[in-house]
Design a protein around this ligand. Sequence first.
Ligand code: AMP
Length: 284
Amino acid sequence: MMKTFQKIEQIRDFLVAKRKEGFSVGLVPTMGALHEGHISLIDLARKENDIVVCTIYVNPTQFNNSQDFENYPVSLEEDFSILEKHLCDVIFHPGNEEMYSDKECISFEVGHLDTIMEGLHRKGHFPGVARVVTKFFNIIRPDRAYFGQKDLQQFVLIDNLNTSLKFGIELKRLPIVREKDGLAMSSRNRRLSHEQREKAVVFYQALEKAKELISEGKDPTFVKDEITKRFDALPDVSMEYFEVVEATSLAPLSTLNAGTDIALCIAGFVGGIRLIDNMILQLH
Ligand code: AMP
């Protein structure tokens, strides 16, 4: 029977007892409105751990835009039944008063990650993510935690956090799950109108185009210009950034060398809805 907890004390007691019995714990943190991307994480966690914990929490401190926070999709009942079907053991679904108190005395400075891509364009986002993930790691104390490549920069942040704070958690990064036309699955896709949904595939198409140009030997500046031009010509869709970076450090690249893993990262808007996507390539 799947268990649902809203109180820290209760989930902690439950997991302490399970750990005493020698059970391993896998954590999948989410903001709910679950889709197949999330499910891929749950399924792997299920294979690799005795106890699978999924958190569903729309964390206010990581939203730099209050409209985005207020309009974030919520579908709890559906999420619960998806998780039950995928044999999740524990849902942790706390309220804000449980996660934050008037005694808050931590804040995060996330270094260079705040000066590029998501960090640059969403001020306060990563410090908020670091804050909430640290709380979840402390409450749940997982052996393993599962994340998607979809939020590549977030994964690098959490990896750095795990190293800095010596959590010793085994972190897993899973591939991006896409719709048939290539659009990366995202809870925010639910907010797209039919027309917007059709247009949203341009982010994936731009990544495919960039991949092609890179395979032809074009340098990052040229590729960036081409992708920018593509978006300039499109109505109702805008690009916020496109970057060619080293896949592990996320350092921007101006030249490409064989043997390097690179990531093509893109973000932009369809109507008022912000979408991100990326692709990792190995240069030969
Ligand atoms: P979210 O609920 O959007 O905060 O995402 C929770 C986790 O699911 C994060 O680790 C995301 O990177 C991951 N995720 C979101 N979308 C996808 C996707 N399309 N494919 C794989 N993982 C995803």
